[in-house]
Design a protein. Structure first.
Length: 288
């Protein structure tokens, strides 16, 4: 049987006809116990035939072996059904502290977040006005903090509710009262606001002029000092909101290292960091 297998293998290896013809020409030469050997040779030749057809190009066989991987990759190409599989970044993930905040704690966390954001926005607005004054920019917004107390009202009014504010010659604020009887209250409100270098001067029965001098280097240093002081006060307010929120969550039964308390502390750290950024920008703008 061994010799028969050798002869059959030699005959199959020398033939150059298609594999289907190999099987027909070899069958009459082998019978009986050699059938098993014949079928094994046939399977071997059938498996190797595609690799060596047309000059025996081994690269074609390698390409077919790699085909499944290519097809799997094509599933995710842009033109495929599912599109190209993309990687992910940390920014695309939802923080665990956010996803695990209990529903009963979410209201307390959201309330604290709104208060902190509101505090940061107030500081940002105040520092914008301070920067304008420090750089000598005269705008009506300089008088935004003025409140006017009228005799017949219990609630103070904004200056824009009782007068118009304009800028003349780029350095003078001009306040014109809607009612001349309110001019004295408007003047008092401007003094009470304690705006640096803001000294009102009556021009007529309805008008107040406020010359705004250009700030000196000493003035800029004073503005930076004011900004630093308000920066610390704002951070104290944010930390106070955080402390109150942590106490509220603790009373609700959340433990010290729970995701709810971690989220609250994270909000505080983020907003405190934002206040520091605003202050650093002011120092840069004012050349400190």
């Amino acid at each position: 049987m061994f010799s028969t297998c050798i002869r059959a293998g030699a005959r199959y290896s020398l033939l150059t006809r298609p594999t289907s013809l190999y099987a027909r020409s070899a069958t009459p030469l082998i019978s009986g116990s050699s059938a098993t050997c014949t079928s094994s040779v046939q399977r071997s030749l059938h498996a190797s035939a595609p690799a060596f057809k047309k000059g025996g190009n081994r690269k074609q066989a390698a390409a077919k072996e790699e085909a499944p991987a290519a097809e799997e990759e094509d599933e995710f190409e842009g033109g495929g059904k599912r599109g190209k599989k993309k990687g992910f970044s940390v920014a695309d993930l939802t923080p665990a502290s956010q996803s695990k905040v209990a529903p009963e704690a979410k209201g307390e966390v959201d309330k604290a977040s709104k208060k902190m954001i509101s505090t940061v926005d107030w500081y940002r607005k105040e520092m914008s006005l301070l920067t304008n004054r420090a750089l000598g920019r005269v705008t009506p917004a300089i008088l935004d903090s003025v409140r006017v107390h009228l005799p017949d009202l219990d609630v103070p009014l904004k200056l824009s509710e009782v007068a118009t504010v304009g800028v003349k010659e780029g350095t003078v604020l001009v306040v014109t009262a809607f009612d001349e009887h309110n001019l004295k209250a408007i003047e008092k409100g401007i003094y009470s606001a304690e705006i640096p270098h803001c000294v009102p001067q009556r021009a007529d029965a309805r008008t107040i002029r406020i010359p705004m001098p250009k700030p000196t280097l000493e003035d800029r240093a004073s503005y930076i000092k004011t900004a630093s002081k308000e920066c610390e006060e704002t951070k104290v307010k944010i930390r106070g909101i955080n402390t109150a929120g942590l106490k509220a969550l603790t009373k609700m039964g959340f433990e010290k290292r729970s995701s709810e308390l971690v989220e609250m502390q994270s909000l505080s750290d983020t907003n405190v960091g934002e206040v520091d950024k605003i202050f650093q920008k002011i120092k840069k703008d004012l050349g400190s």
